[in-house]
Ligand binder design. Structure first.
Ligand code: ADP
Length: 306
């Protein structure tokens, strides 16, 4: 749904914020875009939405290259990138009606989007009496009016209380059930782990990790592992099995080890048993510190997007 290759971006006279960024958001995924505050998530999203122009690299949305001359691409995308603003003296329906004129959609769609985001029980209320979570969901409803295939939400959990966070999560899951692709950003790993199917971690202008949520769990659990490409993976597992944690993907084995000294005995065991070895790689988990910084709300800066 989104393919970004080798993107670089710098604000005027600044050093590059994005520097060789690659993002792959699969169709139908809930893609958690993680990174510390200030790492460049909003900047990336603004590039995708054509609100900023990259210095180099390519961005494809829904199979089409975007450029500043292709406004047609926007019809596939809905976005919530800042705290949404409404007419506080109007209710949700009237607020949506104002936006619907821009997109040329009818009353029925207004009802539908209110239902999707769970605001139907609150349609009589003036939006100034809405909680932050309800305002946020009305923002999602506006982004959904033209029925885009892709929805991009920048820090949708920011400023929400626990109940609001759960409601937002439910809305996101519902959107995926409807076949939409959702990209959401966050500076908190636990938040993303609860909802995402895929994860990308932005660090120093690049992706420090990108993969499925299962792959992320694998990386998190292991400090050190040995990656082996072998001719007879099943046989290798049988030989090494005792007391070792091994996962297999085709002819690639990933074996949990505690130190580099564990590697030679594993190799010699396999060679002795006649297993062909095509590749040996030591894989270190150097993301641990990054995971830690994204586990708790930072003291300063925590509400920079609120
Ligand atoms: P995130 O969304 O991950 O918190 P941002 O994309 O908002 O990160 O910001 C990335 C970096 O770009 C920060 O250092 C921020 O100060 C800087 N930045 C953001 N907007 C601007 C701007 N309009 N002009 C100059 N620098 C900016």
């Amino acid at each position: 749904m989104i393919e970004i290759n080798n993107l670089t971006f710098a604000y005027e006279r600044g050093k590059p914020i994005l520097n060789g960024l690659n993002i792959h958001v699969p169709d139908g995924s809930i893609y958690g875009f993680l990174g510390m505050n200030g790492s460049g998530k909003t900047t990336s999203i603004r590039n995708i939405l054509q609100l900023l122009k990259p210095q180099s690299g390519t961005i494809q949305v829904n199979g089409n290259e975007i450029s500043n001359n292709s406004p047609s691409q926007r019809k596939h995308v809905g976005a919530l990138i800042e705290a949404p603003s409404f007419y506080g003296h109007l209710d949700a329906t009237d607020n949506l009606h104002i936006h619907s004129k821009f997109y040329g959609v009818g009353r029925n769609r207004i009802k539908e989007v209110l239902d999707i985001v769970g605001l139907t029980p609150h349609i009589k209320k003036k939006t100034r009496k809405y909680s932050t979570g309800m305002k946020q969901r009305l923002g999602v409803a506006i982004a959904l009016l033209h029925d885009p295939k892709l929805l991009i939400l920048d820090e949708p959990a920011n400023g929400l209380d626990p109940k609001g966070i759960i409601e937002m999560r439910t809305t996101i899951q519902q959107l995926q059930d409807m076949g939409k692709t959702v990209m959401l950003s966050s500076h908190l790993l636990p938040e993303i782990e609860k909802v995402a199917t895929h994860v990308g971690i932005l660090h120093q202008g690049k992706m420090a990790f990108q993969g499925t949520i299962e792959e992320l769990q694998n990386v998190k659990e292991k400090d050190l592992s040995l990656s082996l490409k072998v001719g007879q993976p099943q046989k290798a597992i049988e030989i090494l099995a005792a007391g070792k944690s091994i996962s297999k993907k085709h002819d690639l084995l990933s074996i949990e080890i505690s130190k580099a000294d564990d590697i030679p005995p594993i190799i010699s065991k396999l060679v002795t048993a006649g297993v062909d070895i095509y590749e040996v790689k030591k894989v270190e988990n150097n993301l641990e510190e990054l995971f830690l910084t994204m586990t708790h709300e930072e003291k300063e800066n925590a509400h920079s997007h609120a």
